[in-house]
Design a protein around this ligand. Structure first.
Ligand SMILES: [Zn+2]
Length: 237
């Protein structure tokens, strides 16, 4: 079963209606959703599915389903179960999601400041990190913070660009992240473009203008192994 991914075209949707396609052990599948499923290092969304009866089904997590482009909404314990075919109102926990969007986009900006292969990454609502294959001596927290914040202050509109699998194969330099290859098989790959700053495959949710990030601070830099030097950041305010 596939789910129309409304967040992919508009990451700012806080509410929508959708029809229940399936209810199973893992959770609830809908015909469309504004909930981002865990992926690309970004945590899955939380929120509420509201029934016409007024019942509130709290969603504790969102995960990818078995089919390509299917999404499973994972309810918290002891929630009412919706019926297949029922129409629900979706409300994403916006404060949490917007923090994820700002931090996620901040990592794209930081990957322009720290120029090295990315070996891992993670985005949670309160902090985010990238791991780089780089010498520790080249990572200076003050410089990373200053240069990333200078780019953020300048501002730039983010854009979504689609290319075919074949076009991506011809441009391997676009893939900065060694540990996560972009999903193939759908025939096309989604790129995030920040003109003059970054261009790379990404299926996550981003802010419209990097100025919305406001600013970042570097929480810590540490070695997580020979090829993993971790830079962890938080939003400045
Ligand atoms: Zn991204």
């Amino acid at each position: 079963m596939t789910t129309e991914l409304l967040f992919r075209d508009d990451a700012y949707l806080r509410t929508a209606t959708a029809r229940v396609l399936a209810v199973h052990q893992r959770g609830i599948e809908l015909d469309r959703t504004i909930f981002y499923p865990l992926g690309g290092g970004q945590m899955g969304d939380t929120g509420v599915l509201l029934r016409a009866s007024g019942d509130r089904i709290l969603i504790a997590d969102t995960r990818k389903g078995e089919a390509l482009e299917s999404v499973v909404h994972v309810p918290a314990a002891d929630m009412p179960q919706p019926e297949v075919g029922e129409t629900l109102t979706l409300e994403v926990d916006w404060e949490r999601r917007y923090a994820l969007m700002r931090l996620h986009t901040a990592l794209h900006v930081m990957s322009c400041v720290v120029v090295a292969p990315v070996t891992g990454g993670n985005i949670s609502p309160d902090k985010a990190r990238l791991d780089f294959d780089i010498d520790m001596s080249l990572l200076d927290a003050d410089r990373i913070e200053r240069e990333t914040n200078a780019l953020i202050a300048r501002g730039a509109e983010t854009e979504t660009v689609w290319i075919t699998d074949e076009e991506l194969d011809l441009r391997p330099e676009l893939v900065k992240t060694m540990s996560v290859q972009p999903p193939r098989g759908a025939g096309r790959v989604r790129l995030l473009k920040i003109p003059g700053i970054d261009l790379q495959p990404c299926g996550g949710t981003h802010v419209k203008n990097i100025a919305e990030i406001g600013g970042i601070r570097v929480l810590k830099i540490r070695s997580e192994g020979k090829r993993n030097k971790r830079v962890e950041i938080a939003l400045a305010g």
